[in-house]
Design a protein around this ligand. Sequence first.
Ligand code: ZN
Ligand code: ZN
Length: 355
Amino acid sequence: MRAMILRQPGKYSSNASLLEVTDVAAPSAGDGELLVRVSVCAVCRTDLDVVEGRVVAPRYPVVPGHQVVGRVAGIGRGVTGFREGDRVGVAWINSADGTCRWCRAGTENLCPQFRSTGCDVDGGYAEYLVVPAAFAHAIPNELTDTEAAPLLCAGAIGWRSLRLTRLSDGERLGLSGFGSSAHLVLQMARLRYPASPIYVFARDEGERAFAMELGAMWAGNFTDVPPELLDAVIDTTPVWKPMVELLPKLAPGGRFVINAIRKSSTDQSELLRLDYATHLWMEREIKSVANVTREDVRQLLALAVETGLRPTVEVLPLERANEALARLSSGARMRGAMVLSVSQSAAQTTTSSLQ
Ligand SMILES: [Zn+2]
Ligand SMILES: [Zn+2]
């Protein structure tokens, strides 16, 4: 099969082709597993973290990609409930042990044995992948492949982040950064908390304009002062500066939720600016979001069917994965999510060019 493989992590600033197009042996479904023929795979910032080495894979080469939509092409022993040709999604959660105290408490995202798609095991930047059947998601008919893919991580972890803010309808929500996850969170928040105004912080003018198109009350740069203090902020940026800039803009009791698997080490000195009185006093909270549960994914897919929530996508062929990731790496303007088209027959090929 054709795959984009990562032999060794590196930096896009010094190597534009970290992922290599290669023909490798296709996997086969083991006991309890499904073999999936990949139609599309959406691009996540975490893929960039894997490729640039901020998130370390247990072995290389590895195939990244964890927002996969495809069709069942093989069924391992002991699997029930799936037939060949069924459309399934594969998300970041590839497996968890199901027995530890976090799994039993419904927080399998925190399982010490958590295994991730596209890092711990090979992911969807390839024509085929395998997944434990218990961790494959049925994709509702209402969603096309390209619409469903970004919902599997950008959407699902955005949904988890939104719930972790403990927002009440009418409370003021801030979004720090406006990429593929935030553009979905904005729409979810408008649907679930219609009385809550949304304030978006983004460096890029085009991203701020996109946020206003989607219904933000206000959009500004990180140093701009919103008209009101915020009750919660979801931060999707890979750096610390926005957190330091935005904590003073939280109201008493405000919650700051970080939806990012890694923060850059290069601006870590920003943290020295944290001052207890300015940034934390008055019961302001900081919390990270780790991984997703299967339930997060199910809820978000159901919400999309119920409400019409859809991502804005740009489709590129699999072979241009490096270009897509390099663009994320350079902080180039985003308008929603990028989706890689893997098997031409199955995916819509409304490929648009990168700017
Ligand atoms: Zn567990
Ligand atoms: Zn992701």
